[in-house]
Design a binder for this molecule. Structure first.
Ligand SMILES: [Zn+2]
Length: 302
């Protein structure tokens, strides 16, 4: 880059695999250099046409208090896997609530107090935002690797006023930035040419995926689902995923020879379901991110 008078600045450009992929077949638009402290960024604006197609493989997601629970159905490999990604957004919120409380109690100077509240407020937003971006990226990458469309609950319920919403949904909306999450997901999936399917999610957590019996008492506790009619017992966090799947794909969830299977009429196939270990696999480890900073209060010396 020329600084004028024959002086040039040279930059070491770090190249990332994903950037290379993004640039393939893209048109470069206005770009600029951004300097932030000691770091220099090259901001590239690109334009690309993407064709969104339908795929028979599906990634079904169910968003919960602490995790995004998923069912990946890959007909090409005759595989279906249930797994869970912890988003820990509730934990981030709780930590910052504690920090805010401590600022309110300990900082007497109103100006400083407001400054600190604003500072930690913006940190909290950034951390939540960062977490949302990482999780949606991870989901989109898993889907891309598997040529899978996204299946998620329909947003219809969210349009109702808060009195009509269920208690559980209201709680979820107050701690989890649901709309933003969906917005990122939709963007990242269509960017990769993958479709997004919305499914009615009513009572998916209390409906038996095998016999269809609906009852609040089907949920024994937070962890266990046990159907009062047919006795089907399963990890409660994955029951909604199974129901969302059968509602989206004209499919049935059944048990054959003691194994959970998916029967898809649309693709005329039968796939056995595996449950992945609870811990995220190695490549998901970066999701854990940085620890929440401790509160440091500095008082102006004057
Ligand atoms: Zn049942």
């Amino acid at each position: 880059m020329s600084k004028g008078n024959g002086v040039y600045l040279r930059f070491l450009v770090m190249e990332y695999g994903y950037v290379r992929r993004e640039l393939e077949g893209a048109k470069l638009g206005n770009s600029k250099i951004l300097i932030e402290g000691n770091e220099v960024y090259l901001l590239l604006t690109i334009r690309r046409n993407v064709e969104v197609n339908e795929h028979r493989n599906k990634l079904v997601i169910d968003i919960n208090e602490d995790s995004v629970d998923c069912l990946l159905v890959n007909y090409d490999r005759s595989e279906a896997t249930l797994f869970s990604i912890r988003h820990n957004i509730r934990k981030i919120r709780t930590n910052y609530r504690r920090i805010r409380k401590s600022i309110q109690e300990k900082v007497k100077n109103p100006k400083l107090r407001n400054e600190l509240l604003a500072k930690y407020g913006s940190r909290e937003r950034k951390r939540v935002e960062d977490r949302l971006k990482k999780i949606t990226l991870l989901l989109a990458e898993i889907a891309r690797e598997n040529n899978a469309d996204l299946v998620r609950e329909s947003l219809k319920d969210l349009r109702l006023n808060s009195k009509k919403r269920s208690k559980q949904l209201n709680y979820r909306l107050s701690t989890f930035p649901y709309r933003k999450f969906i917005e990122y997901l939709n963007y990242k999936f269509s960017e990769r040419g993958l479709s997004v399917l919305e499914v009615d999610a009513k009572r998916t957590s209390i409906t038996c995926p095998i016999c269809g019996y609906v009852d609040k008492k089907n949920r024994l506790d937070k962890e266990t689902f046990k159907c009062r009619r047919c006795g089907f017992t399963f990890n409660a966090q994955y029951v909604a995923c199974l129901n969302l799947f059968s509602r989206s794909d004209d499919s049935k969830v059944a048990i054959r020879g003691g194994r959970l299977i998916l029967i898809s009429r649309k693709t005329a196939s039968v796939v056995a379901v595996n449950v992945a270990l609870d811990e995220p696999p190695n490549h998901m480890r970066w999701l854990r991110g940085k620890p929440v900073p401790k509160l440091i209060i500095s008082t102006p010396s004057s």
